[in-house]
Design a protein around this ligand. Structure first.
Ligand code: ADP
Ligand code: MG
Ligand code: ZN
Length: 481
């Protein structure tokens, strides 16, 4: 039978605050800081310690809620989610349950069938747990991360393939980075995905039993784990079996999911309102101020780029990394004075510049500034150099950080447009290759391109290709008569 996947995502993202959610301990990089140096009675749950809400974390959360088109609730409630685990010294996590900060939003993703709207069920504030590591048969715990502000974002089960789940995750991560609320550094675990997966007969609209895959820490794992689960469940139904509702882990080495535990239900957590915290009450005026201060988000940026004459594809390529979009904007602004079209900047950026970067985010440390790139393009447009020389100059700009004009001057790379000089080079090439000329005259037209290459080579690649082309055409047709 053919099955349709049904997927809902839960995303945990740490918030980029200086201090923790309910105490004044610093938020530190948990992959480099010495363990257990940034802890206090509040974040380790000592008796009598009282939490206080971090206003900055609330502000960042509101930003996310607004960017995801949610309704922001002027009153929300913190709750205790009770469970035992060694990375949770309090014995409960402060989260939001019945009354979350934000609900009913949406995010549009790109799919091969076009834009698709994915509904966001809720966005709520909670705190991160400590970190366990298992070394040489022992388990070590680091509470530096305990109490770090964490945002949980939950979608409706609107995604229909592992690819759509990844498209959503990529887009959401970009938005969080645009908003400046999260670095998006997946290797550091500051953003983590959980995929809820079920399958149903194609065409049906039932919601079948789902499994939940925990701790998918890269787009690759999200894709592979979700795809594996779709296959596994389809095979179970094909053989007449039933899918167990359970919580799964994903093994990156084997590419398979494995059972961690039976699915717990909400009532297992004995949620109740956090008695040590008042309801979180937000002033609607403050929410509006935050709304007005939101930066231009990826969708709006893409639209603006398309209106500048870019293809939808180029626009998408430029927006997913904010640093790239900013680079492009700066280049376009500078290019205005030099009559360089945004389209041509986008071409150079997405092909030649990207090819020289390890990844898109490396553009921030790129030795070629937006102005330098535009200056290079201008040298091509005004025919000082040809495109292939420009590529060599770009290489040189990368290694030396020098301006393109300087490199062209120093190395004498200016292209030769002088027709007399080019005519002379053509004459020599034809003279040196009488056999090819004969074949050409006998009808092998494709040799024109070969002559072109020979002339360009004989002039050290620096000749103006348009002048070679027209002069060569002229000479070859006069030979034919
Ligand atoms: P919990 O909080 O217990 O994990 P929720 O009902 O809040 O459960 O749902 C969590 C996630 O699972 C949401 O993203 C939701 O869209 C998704 N989900 C719910 N039912 C299904 C289903 N039958 N198949 C796939 N995903 C589902
Ligand atoms: Mg869940
Ligand atoms: Zn603390």
């Amino acid at each position: 039978m053919k099955y349709e996947p049904v997927i809902g995502l839960e995303i945990h993202a740490e918030l980029l605050t200086q201090s923790k959610m309910f105490c004044s301990c610093a938020v530190v990089d948990s992959t480099t800081a010495l363990p257990n140096r940034h802890v206090c009675p509040v974040c380790t749950g000592q008796p009598g310690a009282l939490p206080a809400i971090n206003a900055r974390a609330v502000e960042l959360s509101v930003r996310v809620g607004l960017a995801l088109n949610c309704e922001i609730h002027s009153e929300s409630i913190f709750a205790r989610k009770n469970y035992f685990y060694p990375d949770l010294p309090k014995g409960y996590q402060i989260s939001q349950y019945e009354l979350p900060l934000a609900t009913n939003g949406w995010l549009d993703i790109d799919t091969p069938e076009g834009l698709k709207r994915i509904r966001i069920r809720r966005v709520h504030i909670e705190e991160d747990t400590g970190k366990l590591s298992h070394v040489d048969g022992r388990s070590l715990v680091d509470y530096n991360r305990s109490g770090v502000p964490l945002l949980e974002i939950v979608t409706e089960p609107d995604l229909r393939s592992a690819e759509e789940a990844v498209a959503f995750a990529v887009k959401l991560r970009a938005i969080l980075r645009y908003l400046g609320v999260n670095t998006g550094d997946m290797e550091k675990g500051v953003i983590r995905f959980e995929s809820n997966v079920s399958v149903r007969p194609a065409g049906s609209d039932i919601l079948n039993t789902r499994t939940e895959i925990k701790n998918l820490n890269s787009f690759r794992s999200l894709l592979a784990g979700t795809a594996y689960e779709i296959e596994r469940q389809s095979a179970i139904y094909d053989t007449g079996g039933a899918v167990d509702q359970e919580t799964l882990g994903f093994n990156e080495m084997t590419g398979k999911t494995y059972s961690q535990r039976g699915k717990e239900n909400a009532h297992d957590y004995r949620y109740f309102p956090e008695p040590d915290l008042p309801p979180l009450v937000l002033d609607p005026g403050w929410i509006q101020t935050i709304q007005r201060s939101l930066p231009e988000l990826p969708d709006a940026k893409r639209q603006r780029f398309i209106e500048m004459g870019l293809t939808a594809y180029d626009a998408s390529v430029l927006i997913d990394e904010k640093a790239v979009a900013d680079y492009f904007d700066r280049a376009v602004e500078y290019g205005l004075s030099k009559q360089i079209e945004p389209k041509s900047i986008a071409n150079w950026l997405t092909t030649d510049l990207f090819a020289r970067l390890d990844d898109k985010s490396a553009i921030q440390a790129c030795p070629v500034s937006p102005q330098m790139l535009v200056d290079l393009i201008a040298l091509v447009t005004d025919r000082t150099i040809n495109t292939s020389t420009a590529r060599a100059v770009l290489d040189e700009m990368f290694t030396t950080g020098k301006a393109p004009g300087e490199i062209v001057r120093e190395k004498g790379l200016s292209q030769v447009s002088d027709q007399a000089q080019i005519r002379e080079a053509i004459r020599k090439v034809l003279e040196a290759n009488p056999g090819e000329v004969e074949k050409f005259l006998a009808g092998k037209e494709s040799l024109a391109q070969w002559f072109f290459g020979q002339v360009m080579r004989s002039m050290g690649g620096k000749a103006d290709p348009m002048v070679i082309r027209s002069t060569l055409d002229e000479i070859l047709s006069s030979l034919k008569q």
